[in-house]
Design a binder for this molecule. Sequence first.
Ligand SMILES: Cc1cc2nc3c(=O)[nH]c(=O)nc-3n(C[C@H](O)[C@H](O)[C@H](O)COP(=O)(O)OP(=O)(O)OC[C@H]3O[C@@H](n4cnc5c(N)ncnc54)[C@H](O)[C@@H]3O)c2cc1C
Ligand code: HEM
Length: 396
Amino acid sequence: MISAASRPYIDASVPVLREHGPAITTTFYANMFKAHPELVNLFNMGNQANGVQQQSLASALFAYAANIDNAAALGPVVSRIVHKHVSVGLTRAHYPIVGFHLLGAIKSTLGDAAVDPLMKAWEEAYGSLAKVFIDAETQMYLDAGIEAGYLRAMRVTEVVRESENVLSIRFVPQDGEPLAPFRAGQYVSVEAIFDDGFRQLRQYSLSDAHGLDSMRISVKREDGNNNVPAGAVSNWLHRNVEVGDILQVSYPTGDFLPDTESDEPVVLLSAGVGITPMIGALNRIALVNPGRRVIFAHAARCAEHHPHQADIAAAKARMPRLEVVSFHEQDAGPDVLPGFMDLARLPSWPRTETNVYMCGPLPFMQAQWNALLDAGAPAERLHREVFGPDLLDNLL
Ligand SMILES: Cc1cc2nc3c(=O)[nH]c(=O)nc-3n(C[C@H](O)[C@H](O)[C@H](O)COP(=O)(O)OP(=O)(O)OC[C@H]3O[C@@H](n4cnc5c(N)ncnc54)[C@H](O)[C@@H]3O)c2cc1C
Ligand code: HEM
């Protein structure tokens, strides 16, 4: 992976680069967007604005370098990034652009400390990681039979308000041909083009079963306040989308794949809009294996912010062994537990043999993850989906 000559330079500089991570990332993105303004249409500029971006690309490179001998730790990280890259349509031609500006930002941040052998070592590290991504992404495009950047025209067939701020949008291919194959838990990128011509993509989990003749996403409207602007794409979708409209949608990707097909008991935990992939999984299980034991627990602010109640009621009617537990922070009504989700208040299940899938805000997932580990669940039984750049907290 990395030559013996380069290795000591990488080892010595990882902690320094991590310390300067935000400075490097800021310089990197600023220089890259100045030289290639067309890339703002590819990147999520919301993540740039709200400050999550310093946890993504450059951090991943440093995490990779720090874990270069630890393929087991890197595998899932690479897989997640590859799926995300394919969903936004990366090509091999993008890599030298990022490499040039990332190495330039490392050099300018380190100043005199950026001696030639050190820069050569990072060039090698970047090149080796870029190759891993390019090979995997090329293979995914080939397997899917699509060109990078492919988007499909989808006709909206239904728009349903699920809660105070979540809207479900169902669509079918405009050309009348079958849907691309996907699995519950995966997501699509949806394109928004604003009035000023600015283009953005956002990912939305597929919130209904696979195997139907339509796809559905469920979008939370990200409201603004005095300190932060309203979310660009979610508000655009809430404001504009009507039945009959055409949306441009990517090939489905994503490696968060709840086990919907076996007979094993399964636990689905969610909070907020993190419910969407769980509803996709629940609806699939209701379709193919309604006798299965499923624990479905969701935490919401209150009843008005608890989406997909119709899906849950329909699943309950079909699934005799479905156990639904709801937590509401405020105004918990009958059949609802007050407060945050708490493992101690869920039905019990065989910890070591049961897969648990979770999705929601990071603090929610960290709390459930830690509680489950403490309760004896092995890490390999725990699976999570993050609605944003992953923090890579297991690597950094
Ligand atoms: C794999 C995956 C699956 C997802 N699935 C779903 C799903 O099923 N449903 C769903 O609703 N979402 C989902 N998301 C999230 C979704 O992709 C978007 O991130 C979300 O809709 C917000 O996009 P936006 O354009 O509305 O907000 P953006 O404009 O991107 O803004 C994001 C946040 O940053 C804040 N912000 C913007 N500008 C600034 C600034 N200058 N300073 C400070 N803060 C700022 C905004 O207020 C907002 O809260 C998923 C994400 C991923 C990665
Ligand atoms: C070795 C090089 C690269 C690394 C280590 C890397 C790393 C990452 C990481 C960690 C994420 C977030 C994944 C998540 O959701 O958790 C990401 C997403 C993304 N990457 Fe890369 N990446 C690399 C190359 C590139 C290149 C060459 C481009 C294009 C010029 C690119 C464009 C994007 C885009 C558009 C996203 C989606 C999120 C967003 O829009 O900000 N990346 N990448």
